[in-house]
Design a protein around this ligand. Structure first.
Ligand code: 3HC
Length: 292
């Protein structure tokens, strides 16, 4: 099956990034949101990102030519003829299931459904539709326009040709696809989440300060960001949600949220997006570690 038209559900950070890389790759893209203002915000971010790429000469076409392949809509029916629909809406299982059930009646029967979920079971989502064999996970990484990886997740029901089509689609987006199966966390979060939680535990136990632990992993291991900078970047409420799903699945302490993470989330300190997390971002260019 050849993919020509791409649908994206959600124009937040991940959805707009997925829409952007799809348009750069030459696909016609339709993005669905609940309100026009979310589309406007997402598309403004895409335009800024495309302008940066144009400045650096990393895109072959003009930003305007790429932008012309991106359409926004608040009407699900506009996704009817999509060959693949990638969902990147809020990590709420009931919301996602409702959306998939509605979409199932609208999108052509051979359209592929893909979810960008980082922790919800693809199998559970697929069961909300009448097309389980045409359902996969496509897990992208933030910031999508820069991060080279996409995890392609198969379930016990995924058809071979659907998996192959999704894998090739990942490549066409300029990503390196990796194959994985529907075990909560897939490859990256299975390894990354315990690492980030261990950094919080190390801090709680007085092993080092927030800044020193970050510098240690950045400069000692060559990671682009230390664990606390990364936690604030991913979002503490997102990480907390992932830990709950992973702990529920595996019942292992390494996936359980340390008390400090839970307290930061209860306080509404979600990281960069709220201006406060492990660091204070009052001066965004010069974040200062909070006294925790
Ligand atoms: N579009 C275009 N250009 C962008 C951009 C975007 N969306 N975002 C940043 N850039 C540009 C910047 O403007 C900058 O350009 P310049 O060199 O001309 O100033 C350049 O990219 C580099 O950015 P920065 O100088 O801000 O910072 P870095 O060199 O540190 O790179 C980074 C930024 C790529 C985000 C890097 O820090 C990194 O790789 N961090 C780790 C990110 C990571 O681990 N992501 C995965 C999170 S886990 C996840 O998403 C899964 C989920 O399930 C939890």
């Amino acid at each position: 099956m050849e993919i020509k038209k791409v649908g994206v559900l959600g124009c937040g950070l991940m959805g707009s990034g997925i829409a952007q890389v799809s348009a750069i790759a030459g696909f016609e893209v339709t993005v669905l949101e609940v309100e026009q203002k979310f589309l406007d915000k997402g598309f403004a971010g895409i335009e800024r990102s495309l302008a940066k790429f144009a400045e650096k000469g990393t895109i072959k076409e003009t930003p305007q030519a790429i932008r012309a392949r991106l359409n926004g809509t608040t009407n699900m029916r506009d996704l009817a003829d999509c060959d693949i629909v990638v969902e990147a809406v809020i990590e709420n299982i009931d919301e996602k299931k409702k959306m998939y059930a509605a979409l199932d009646d609208v999108v052509k029967p051979d359209g592929i459904f893909a979810s960008n979920t980082s922790s919800i079971s693809i199998t559970e989502l697929m069961a909300a539709t009448k097309r389980p064999h045409r359902f996969i996970g496509l897990h992208f990484f933030n910031p999508v326009p820069l991060m080279k990886l996409v995890e392609v997740v198969r379930t016990i029901a995924t058809a071979d040709d659907v998996f192959q089509t999704a894998y090739e689609f990942g490549k066409k987006l300029g990503k390196v696809p990796v194959r994985t199966s529907d075990k909560t966390g897939f490859i990256v979060n299975r390894l990354l989440v315990p690492y980030m939680l261990d950094a919080i535990r190390a801090y709680e136990e007085g092993v080092g300060s927030i800044e020193d632990i970050d510098n240690a992993m950045k400069l000692g291991c060559g990671y682009p960001m230390g664990p606390f900078t990364l936690l604030d970047f991913v979002g503490l409420e997102t990480t907390y949600y992932i830990t709950q799903v992973m702990y529920d699945e595996f019942k292992e302490r390494r996936f359980a949220a340390p008390p400090l993470l839970k307290r930061l989330v209860m306080a509404g300190w979600y990281g960069r997006k709220t201006g406060k997390g492990f660091y204070d971002y009052s001066d965004p260019a010069n974040p200062k570690p909070n006294k925790l």
